[in-house]
Design a protein around this ligand. Structure first.
Ligand code: HQG
Length: 181
């Protein structure tokens, strides 16, 4: 797969594994959001554009994903994070003192007023370092990085979950726990 094909296949995989598996006739595991590699492969092969896709191509996307979007374990594959709603259960975990969230200048006034909310995903996405936050926040205009004081958020009732690859999730983050970097 060349780079463009890899990106396009990655998008197809996130669509299925994060958002609308039912449109592809797939039921994800209700706990970890996984399905077998062969189920995913067959669903993708059913798309005219991807009739010739091979399991190695999927494995290549998983390996090269800049943000480690997917995880293969044995015969199963899942998206680590990014789900639109109720597709995965995560165990609560204890985060580092500071986490980061990348956003954009236009969203800032509303975030400073209401705090961070998951919008169209299951959770708010946070990261241990500013790198992932920079990638996430640069997608929609002028980058703003927020520092999250997790101790303060916990005191305000927020639960954190670890998704792997330095990515943390939360149901919400109150504005009192956010500061602009
Ligand atoms: C913002 C992508 C106004 C929030 C990324 C963000 C990440 C608010 C946007 C992963 C708000 C939601 C997640 C409020 C939050 N008012 N705006 N109260 N609360 N927002 O895409 O974190 O490339 O759902 O700051 O790179 O950007 O798709 O979340 O700007 O890894 O694999 O609302 O998804 O990964 O946007 O991104 P998103 P996100 P992929």
């Amino acid at each position: 797969l060349n780079e463009a094909m890899e990106k396009s296949l990655s998008k197809m995989m996130t669509k299925i594994l994060r958002h609308t598996p039912e449109d592809f006739g797939i039921v994800l595991d209700p706990v970890d959001g996984s399905c077998t590699l062969s189920t995913l492969l067959e669903a993708i092969q059913a798309q005219p554009k991807w009739a010739l896709v091979r399991q190695e191509d999927i494995e290549q996307v998983v390996r090269n994903s800049d943000k480690q979007r997917f995880e293969i374990e044995g015969f199963r594959i899942r998206a680590r994070y990014g789900h639109s709603h109720d597709k995965v259960q995560y165990a609560p975990a204890d985060p580092p003192a500071i986490l980061y969230h990348g956003t954009n200048k236009k969203a800032l006034p509303s975030i400073l007023k209401e705090g961070l909310s998951p919008m169209s995903r299951q959770y708010v996405h946070l990261s241990e370092g500013p790198h992932f936050a920079t990638l996430a926040g640069s997608r929609r205009g002028e980058l703003v990085i927020l520092k999250i004081d997790t101790m303060s958020a916990k005191q305000l009732g927020v639960t954190f979950y670890y998704a792997g690859n330095e990515v943390w999730l939360a149901d919400r983050v109150p504005t009192e726990s956010c500061s602009v970097m």
